[in-house]
Design a protein around this ligand. Structure first.
Ligand code: HPA
Ligand code: ZN
Length: 350
């Protein structure tokens, strides 16, 4: 069945109702200014902004680094296990409202352990929230530990070792933070160890960094998904390779515009890549900083790119399920639920 003929007026309702997986969300990037101030007060931390409005007003970024400076400052209010739990539960409430059925949460342990926060407080707080997301909302959630690429590979090894007592609580590892000058191959040995441990492998590449970083994430780190990857379009051969292998790209449209990777949403290459056969997914990245959660990202994309239709909406949701690391039996249930939403709409139209 094709859904291409469903009228565009139905898109907002379809985008909201369709079951979706979110595969690229930094949980520290879901800290809203209100919660940053509440946690700062609870933990006796003085922020360099007088109030919520002043902090929000500072969210005018020129590039990735200008965002990361604020993002790490915001995360400094997280001190104990319950802080990590509260932050994550606030995200899951939003995820549920957006009809997210599965979420894979990135977290940055080095941001916290470098401030003296124990690894156990970070991971146990996040893991408790993942369990409660399932119990309260029926959301399946898992954790992906990210190494900060502006730090050394030795620091990544130390982080991995500190996290291994909590191995049952995370499914994989990723690579984030400032991309320029920090290519994937800087972390070749630690990722080899992670692969040997049976961890799932992803990495940010081709957000601000060149197409060569996408290639080394594939060839050296042997990733199973590329986070962002939008700069692949500068290399035709690479685009062909990504399409032929159906390598998933976790694209974050509002993030890309906020961090000036694209000047406007109209200029975003997501529709072009999707129509070239790449396994594109839509994600929120750091929703508290970039102007919206997952559904807001979907709506912004479909408003700005008139070449996208209901078939594309179905494909994007389907890609998110297919590209997730969830068990196959769960994926089958979500695929059937997704099809039902579109079949119902198509039949109502007929
Ligand atoms: N890119 C790299 N590192 C990050 C990001 C991002 O978009 N968000 C949080 N850490
Ligand atoms: Zn990211």
């Amino acid at each position: 069945m094709t859904y291409a003929t469903i009228a565009r007026d139905h898109l907002p309702a379809l985008l909201a109702r369709m079951p979706k997986a979110e595969l690229h969300i930094h949980i520290e990037g879901s800290l809203e200014p209100e919660l940053i101030f509440a946690l700062a007060e609870k933990n006796g931390i003085t922020l360099s902004y007088p109030n919520v409005e002043a902090l929000r007003a500072a969210y005018a970024f020129t590039d990735l680094q200008s965002f990361l400076d604020l993002y790490y400052a915001g995360a400094s209010v997280l001190i104990d296990e319950d802080d990590f739990y509260r932050m994550s539960m606030a995200y899951f409430a939003r995820a549920h409202a957006d009809h997210i059925v599965h979420a894979e949460l990135f977290f940055d342990p080095q941001t916290h352990t470098e401030r003296g926060v124990p690894m156990g407080a970070v991971i146990e707080g996040l893991a408790r929230a993942c369990a409660d997301a399932k119990a309260q909302y029926g959301i399946s959630a898992s954790l992906i530990l990210c190494f900060l690429r502006h730090l050394s590979e030795e620091s990544a090894f130390d982080t991995l070792e500190a996290a291994l007592p909590y191995r049952a609580h995370f499914i994989g590892v990723g690579l984030d933070s400032g991309e320029r000058g920090n290519p994937p191959e800087k972390f070749s040995r630690v990722f080899a160890k992670c692969r040997a441990l049976g961890l799932r492998i992803v990495a940010h590449a081709g957000e601000e960094g060149p197409p060569a970083y996408i290639e080394s994430a594939l060839d050296v780190l042997q990733v199973e998904r590329i986070d962002h990857g939008v700069r692949c379009s500068e290399d035709t051969k690479l685009v062909q390779r990504l399409a032929a292998t159906r390598m998933p790209l976790t694209v974050c449209p509002l993030s890309n515009v906020k961090l000036c990777v694209f000047k406007t949403m109209q200029e975003h290459n997501l529709a072009t890549l999707l129509h070239a056969g790449l396994c594109i997914t839509i994600n929120s990245d750091d929703p508290a900083y970039f102007g919206g959660y997952l559904l807001t990202n979907f709506k912004a994309v479909f408003e700005a790119l008139p070449q996208l239709n209901a078939q594309d909406a179905w494909q994007l949701a389907r890609n998110s399920i297919d590209a997730s690391f969830a068990p196959e039996a769960d994926k089958e249930c979500w695929r059937a639920a997704l099809d039902q939403v579109f079949v119902d709409r198509a039949l109502a139209n007929a």
